[in-house]
Design a protein around this ligand. Structure first.
Ligand code: C2E
Ligand code: MG
Ligand code: MG
Ligand code: MG
Length: 287
């Protein structure tokens, strides 16, 4: 009832809070069956470079609930993390991404594209995480060099040495790492700089304010400087306007991802888009 306790505090006999909790539990139960019942799918969001050339895509999970319709990953990913369902769901995403990469390897206009997959802290903690990824790569025949794993600063909450060791093992297989939503977590720069990273992703919250807030602009500049000093790729997510795009490129950002380029779309639609763009001078932004 009273908001004074702070929003994270659920009071024992608050019927409203109990209702929310029950709804979450029901959704979490449904999520356990979502994978088995084919309610999950994967969308792909393009990443382009300064010349508007397609360089890769991020894989984003979608859940169509039989009663509630589309449920946002912002809502269901934390539930899947809590219940552990994320482990099987994560394997499914990696497998699908690798199957796509293997298929694209046969298509000249698509064979250079990378695929980025989000990996949650809970998935990464699994003791056999490296073995699972390795197994999927072998099974599908995907080139590990085109597979990128996006982790958040949240993984730093785990044992530092274990995290670095795991990342190194995976890098040795040929794949690469990206820090997602960089600058929104609690990791220290000294720690980040010890990780084997290929990419930093600038969070859409900063991109969103880039053209209106000097503070956001200073943060984006600083992130780009850090990335350049590490010699790695910088990807901006949530690019929605031409002004944001222009400014990000002027600041030295390498790749752009956002509604300005395309929304997350079905795999076949992305393939059509890249192939048609390849044979005509049309810009993605006009589609
Ligand atoms: P994220 O990895 O930071 O993904 C970027 C999010 O920004 C996506 O939200 C994407 O649809 C959205 N986005 C892209 N361009 C724009 C834009 O121009 N404007 C705006 N307003 N939004 C844009 P989405 O798909 O809802 O996913 C939300 C989060 O859920 C992801 O954030 C990621 O943390 C998580 N997630 C999604 N799929 C997976 C998955 O397969 N595994 C795991 N572990 N997490 C996932
Ligand atoms: Mg991501
Ligand atoms: Mg992100
Ligand atoms: Mg984000």
């Amino acid at each position: 009832k009273s908001k004074q306790d702070g929003r994270n505090l659920i009071r024992q006999y608050d019927p409203q809070a109990q209702k929310v909790l029950n709804a979450r539990m029901a959704l979490s139960n449904d999520l356990n069956l979502a994978l088995r019942d084919g309610q999950l799918k994967l969308l792909y969001q393009l990443q382009v470079d300064a010349e508007n050339q397609a360089r890769g895509a991020e894989c984003l999970m979608r859940w169509h609930h039989p009663q509630h319709g589309q449920v946002s990953p912002v809502e269901f990913i934390p539930l899947a993390e809590d219940s552990g369902a994320i482990v099987a769901m994560g394997d499914w995403v990696v497998r699908l991404a690798c199957e796509t990469l293997a298929r694209w390897a046969q298509v000249p206009q698509l064979s250079h594209l990378t695929l980025s997959v989000n990996v949650s802290p809970r998935q990464f903690t699994e003791t056999d995480f490296v073995a699972r990824i390795s197994h999927i790569l072998q099974d599908t025949g995907a080139s590990p060099h085109l597979l990128r794993l996006e982790v958040t600063e949240g993984i730093v909450m785990q044992d530092k040495h274990e995290v670095i060791a795991k990342m190194r093992e995976l890098c040795a297989l040929g794949l690469s790492f990206s820090i997602d939503d960089f600058g929104t977590g609690y990791s220290s720069l000294s720690y980040i700089q010890t990780l084997p990273l290929a990419e930093l992703k600038i969070d859409k919250a900063f991109v969103n304010e880039l053209t209106t807030s000097e503070r956001a602009q200073a943060i984006v500049k600083a992130i780009i400087a850090i990335g350049h000093s590490m010699g790695i790729t910088l990807v901006s997510e949530g690019v929605e306007t031409q002004a944001q795009k222009d400014q990000l490129l002027a600041l030295g950002c390498t790749l752009l991802q956002g509604y300005l380029i395309t929304r997350p779309i079905e795999c076949a639609a992305l393939e059509d888009l890249v192939i048609s763009r390849h044979s005509s001078p049309m810009m993605y932004s006009l589609i």
